[in-house]
Write a protein of this length. Structure first.
Length: 150
């Protein structure tokens, strides 16, 4: 599983010009699922995101997690995170898991993130054409990949 984590002042996701979910200060997480992602990948990624210390403490150091600042979470599925450009300029998405396999893994990831972060997680609509709006804070953007845990 791959995730792009953005610290935001606010973020929302809309479908068919209707806001589906919105958050205030917290994390916007774009998550992509590949063929061989499993329960361990979902748990590792959810734990890392919930405990990622990218919010400022009283000294201005990035030392606090989303839990510690009582931040909110918005997760949006994004198969394009597994795009490859091995042959030319048109991306291939063959590494992304098909919906039938990805949806249960996505749902598992969401439940693990809610458990690790001890808070509800707002979410987009899997497979929908979504419009995501955000005000990036910092900006702070982190890339995590469960296959590169080093």
């Amino acid at each position: 599983m791959r995730a792009v984590i953005q610290r935001v002042l606010r973020a929302s996701v809309s479908v068919d010009q209707q806001v589906h979910a919105a958050i205030g200060p917290g994390l916007l997480v774009l998550v992509g699922i590949t063929h061989d992602d499993d329960e361990a990948d979902a748990d590792w990624l959810a734990y890392r995101i919930a405990h990622l210390r990218i919010f400022s403490d009283e000294q201005g150091l990035m030392n606090l997690s989303v839990q510690q600042v009582n931040g909110q979470l918005l997760v949006v599925s994004q198969f394009t995170l597994h795009a490859t450009l091995r042959k030319g300029h048109r991306p291939s998405y063959s590494l992304a898991a098909p919906a039938a396999a990805a949806i249960p893994r996505y749902e598992l990831f969401l439940s693990r993130l809610e458990a690790h972060a001890a808070r509800p997680v707002a979410r987009g609509v899997f497979g929908a054409n979504m419009q995501v709006e955000l005000i990036n804070d910092g900006p702070v953007t982190i890339l995590l990949d469960s296959k590169q845990r080093g």
